[in-house]
Design a protein around this ligand. Structure first.
Ligand code: 13P
Length: 252
């Protein structure tokens, strides 16, 4: 089953206007210079940079995504951004249920499910994040936790075309620590099994499952060559053109 590798940058809460535009221009230039590849590129800047980054990416095969959205199309939700607004400024993707949102904003799987449905309704693809904490891992609960998060967060109408899963062990995010490649393959295969039960084998076999957590140029090949790993969701290393592209070059 060939699934196109997705190299996705999650910029998190980083970048003022000038930094964001410079980073996006740098990525766009390097992706153009790379020429034709089998990779798909995506950057997910903060809301404030979406419009300027979209402009800076013009002419490059790099998609635009956001890091969250509300489930309503519009209305009285102060401080929130709707999927329709994201579509309007040129987003193709939205990251949902990142562990930082689950922790900082107490987002439940049920809420993430609702947001995903709302994203689909606007034609956005959802990148639904799951992953265990260190304590859960130590207790041997990794696969159970991920299965529960998948069953709760992934809508019944999710398909390989509208959804990407990102497996991000919470303890590997921004720490420089990573699971072994054997562990990553095991968890991704287990996730695919859960997806097959929920969405059918056809969707599960085509759906991309990204790995995220301290991915950098030096470990990219190790993870991205695994059978059930279909790309990376990259935090820190996506903030430097050299590192972000270094990851792509390692697997090109
Ligand atoms: P780091 O690559 O900085 O570990 O972050 C991963 C992540 O949370 C991407 O969503």
């Amino acid at each position: 089953m060939s699934r196109k590798l997705l190299i996705a940058g999650n910029w998190k809460m980083n970048g003022l206007l000038a930094d964001g535009v410079a980073l996006a221009k740098g990525v766009a230039g390097e992706v153009k210079a790379l020429g034709k590849t089998d990779l798909e590129f995506l950057v997910c800047p903060p809301f404030t940079l979406l419009t300027s980054v979209k402009k800076a990416l013009r002419g490059a095969k790099v998609a635009l995504g956001a890091q969250d959205c509300h489930f309503a199309v519009k209305g009285a939700h102060t401080g929130d951004i709707s999927p329709a607004m994201l579509k309007d400024v040129g987003c193709a993707y939205v990251i949902l249920g990142h562990s930082e949102r689950r922790a900082d904003h107490k987002e439940s799987s049920e809420l993430i499910n609702k947001k995903s449905v709302a994203a689909y309704e606007q034609g956005l693809k959802a990148i639904i994040c799951i992953g265990e904490t260190e304590a859960e891992r130590d207790a041997g609960k990794t696969i159970d936790v991920c299965a529960k998060q998948i069953l709760g967060s992934v809508p019944d109408n999710a398909t390989a075309a509208n959804t990407v899963i990102a497996y991000e062990p919470v303890w590997a995010i921004g720490t420089g620590k990573t699971p072994t490649s054997k562990d990553v393959q095991e968890v991704h295969a287990a996730i695919r099994k859960v997806l097959a039960k929920k969405l059918g084998k056809g969707n599960a076999n085509k759906m991309r499952i990204l790995y995220g957590g301290s991915v950098k140029p030096s470990n990219a090949k190790e993870f991205l060559s695994l059978e059930d790993v279909d790309g990376a969701l990259i935090g820190g290393a996506s903030l430097k053109v050299e590192d972000f592209l270094g990851i792509a070059k390692a697997v090109k």
